[in-house]
Design a protein around this ligand. Structure first.
Ligand code: FCB
Length: 484
């Protein structure tokens, strides 16, 4: 996001507050995603997804890890539900694996898959935990990829069909729906850089995927409004808080590198979803890759659907500047570098490393970026409530006895909760905050080497151990205030 120039400042307060209270109806909870935790990859009729294929491909995932077993959540559902209740979660954001519902991505429904999510949802409701269901967190059924995946317009229609099946079966018990999680990653890491499944490296394909993901969202919102008119409907985006070469907040209007990356990373979604159509500068910047002829008449109207809130995932900021073309191009864009480009049409931009401190992902810790982002979104879209659907950090945790003293994660969370609170004090309509993640899990291209959980998982025994951060989050929820 670009932010107003008057916000430029080097005086960064440290955001280490305590005692700040959140309103009683502010939803506090945690998030996960199907492929990252469920395991049971072939159980009860589940079909293969692009992440099964990608993980099984040598060299794609650190240590050759796969989600075959993950943290075995599929078989440990009751135990994990009890854990959520023990922490006092008010909301739990999970995703539904499309290949459990339709093993080939279209056609017959697999009742056993629906039944699993039915048990999860009933278990949440029985414990007074609000279910927030994401329809797509990246596990596209492999047969759909074989037919072109998100570069094929038909995938958007298949998604709407899948949304209808799920909403008809589970809709009466789920108050909040999210269509897509981070379509930027699906499109640009999946089809551009190749860091994510399906691992394609084609800029034109990535931009085509952007549009078909946006279309899929619009079609699914229409279905959800029809089938579950009482439910809240949203989408979750991963905003790139783009800073200039000095690492300062920048106004995209007068900074070419910021403008270009903001267009690809943020406005390729916010513009069609919230304003209508694609930004002209995005179309110009990418003209060498595509003429955007995959956008058909009427698509803009389908994509721009009223939303009940916007889901915001935030982890860190990003620094950009125009590349001089001679020195080695800095590539610290926060995403795994596997050779391909996630920035079609803007390979003349480079990504210098930022100032620390860093998490174990190498991501810089910048709570001020979250405050800026929330203020910026709320000033641009004043009538659209926001919810932080993911925020958290990976650190190299150690189990000591039966404890995990993850002081750095507690500090990270404290600073980001403070940032969120500050934004709310300045008028941002923020409805909730979900920590990523409930459990340590399969961190995509990094496999099990990066731990994001507030609950530690021993991958040999599947034993769950509360980290200090889980206790801290539990206290935060109980008091509805940032603990001492
Ligand atoms: C987000 C993803 C989530 C998790 C976190 C660390 O991009 O939505 O699944 O991997 O990053």
């Amino acid at each position: 996001m670009t932010i107003d120039s008057q916000d430029r400042t080097r005086d960064r307060p440290d955001y280490r507050d305590s005692g700040l209270r959140f309103p009683a109806d502010f939803l506090l909870g945690a998030a996960t995603a199907s492929y990252q935790i469920e395991g049971a990859a072939t159980a009860d009729g589940r079909g293969p997804s692009i992440w099964d294929t990608f993980s099984a491909t040598p060299g794609k995932i650190t240590n050759g890890d796969t989600g075959d077993v993950a943290v075995d959540h599929y078989n440990r559902l009751e135990e994990d539900l009890d854990l959520m209740a023990e922490l006092g979660l008010e909301a739990y954001r999970f995703s539904i694996a499309w290949p459990r519902i339709q093993p080939t991505g279209s056609g017959p429904v697999n009742e056993a898959g629906l039944a699993f999510y039915g048990r999860l949802i009933d278990g949440l409701n029985a414990r007074g935990i609000r279910p927030i269901a994401t329809l797509y967190h990246w596990d596209l059924p492999q047969p759909l990829e074989d037919a072109g995946g998100w570069t094929n317009r038909d995938t958007a229609y298949r998604f709407a069909e899948y949304a209808r099946i799920v909403a008809e079966a589970l809709g009466d018990r789920v108050p909040v729906w999210t269509t897509l999680n981070e379509p930027w990653c699906s499109a640009f890491l999946g089809y551009g850089s190749g860091a994510h499944a399906p691992g394609r490296t084609d800029g034109a394909a990535a931009l085509t995927a952007v549009h078909h993901l946006n279309l899929a969202h619009g079609l699914a919102v229409q279905v959800l409004r029809e089938v579950v008119p009482q439910a809240d409907v949203s989408i979750t985006l991963n905003f790139h808080v783009v800073r200039d070469a000095d690492g300062l907040p920048a106004d995209g209007a007068d900074n070419e590198a910021v403008r270009r990356i903001d267009a690809l990373a943020n406005r390729s979604f916010t513009h069609p979803l919230l304003i209508g159509g694609y930004p002209e500068d995005l179309i110009e910047d990418t003209a060498a890759a595509t003429d955007w002829s995959f956008v058909l008449p009427g698509d803009a109207e389908i994509i721009r659907q009223p939303l009940d809130f916007l889901g915001v995932n935030y982890y860190s900021t990003m620094r950009v500047r125009m590349w001089d073309g001679t020195t080695p191009r800095a590539r610290a864009d926060g995403h795994k570098d596997v050779g391909g480009s996630a920035w079609p049409g803007s390979d003349n931009v480079e990504f210098p490393a930022q100032e620390g401190p860093y998490t174990a992902m190498g991501w810089n810790i910048a709570p001020d970026g979250l405050e800026e982002l929330l203020l910026s979104l709320s000033s641009q879209h004043p009538d659209l409530p926001l919810m932080i659907t993911e925020n958290g950090a990976s650190f190299d945790d150690e189990v000591v006895g039966d404890r995990v003293h993850d002081a750095e994660r507690v500090d990270y969370l404290r600073r980001h909760f403070t940032a969120a609170h500050r934004a709310m004090q300045q008028g941002v309509d923020l409805r909730g905050y979900l920590v990523w993640s409930l459990l340590d899990n399969f961190e995509w291209g990094y496999g099990y080497s990066k731990r994001f959980g507030i609950v530690h998982v021993d991958y040999d025994t599947q034993k769950r151990t509360l980290k200090d951060s889980a206790r801290w989050v539990a206290q935060l929820i109980e008091e509805h205030a940032i603990p001492e």
